[in-house]
Design a protein. Structure first.
Length: 209
């Protein structure tokens, strides 16, 4: 099941802890609520499909949603549902190693290195939406960088500004200081910051709505 229904269920369980004396009645009530929600699932899915069409989102993702994820949308506003559909689209693109629409700002993630984030995102982050995909071994699209502004770059002693220097991570990585290329280990010099001053992006929130 998707994250939406799981989060809602955990929140409900935390808000209404059951005691031994009341557990049977709570179980019966939850069962009745579940049955009522399941009866409304086809209508809610149809509504999501209409919103997906208006939003330009992939309807196939709505068809693949688990019934519990669909019923978890009950009571949510259309604005919230549209944001949910956009998040599904972004998540699928990121899983495929594709920068979603709007991810046009180059940034540096402490875990991933150079990554694409949305316009207005911080230029340096501790974690990003790509982190879980990187850990799963999935490909990441990367912006091009230059060696000259990387903390690992070793300038040419004879011509520091234009000569071909080296790399502290290995001789085979050496490039000219202004040559643009993709490098997962690139760390911009201006990104040397203390842990206490760093910025964190939650992986559970893809982009601001």
């Amino acid at each position: 099941m998707g994250a939406l229904s799981d989060l809602l269920k955990r929140a409900e369980a935390a808000a209404t802890p059951a005691t031994h004396a009341t557990q049977p009645s709570v179980t019966v009530r939850e069962s009745q609520q579940s049955q009522e929600s399941q009866r409304g699932e086809p209508e809610k899915r149809a509504h999501l499909l209409n919103l997906a069409d208006a939003e330009g989102a992939d309807a196939a993702r709505v068809h693949r949603l688990h019934a519990d994820d669909v019923t978890a949308c009950t009571g949510l506003s259309d604005e919230t549902l549209r944001a949910y559909l956009r998040a599904l689209d972004r998540g699928t693109d990121i899983d495929r190693g594709i920068a979603p629409d709007g991810y046009t700002q180059a940034a540096h993630c402490e875990g991933c290195g150079p990554v694409w984030l949305w316009q207005g995102a911080p230029s340096r982050v501790v974690a990003c939406p790509w982190c879980s995909r990187r850990k799963a071994g999935k490909p990441l699209p990367r912006p091009k960088v230059t060696c000259g502004d990387c903390i690992n770059y070793l300038p040419d002693p004879l011509n520091p500004k234009a000569g071909m220097g080296g790399c502290a991570l290995g001789a085979a990585r050496a490039y000219w200081p202004v040559r643009r290329h993709r490098c997962a280990e690139h760390v911009p010099t201006e990104n040397r910051w203390e842990q206490s001053d760093s910025l964190m992006i939650s992986q559970s929130v893809e982009v601001p709505q």
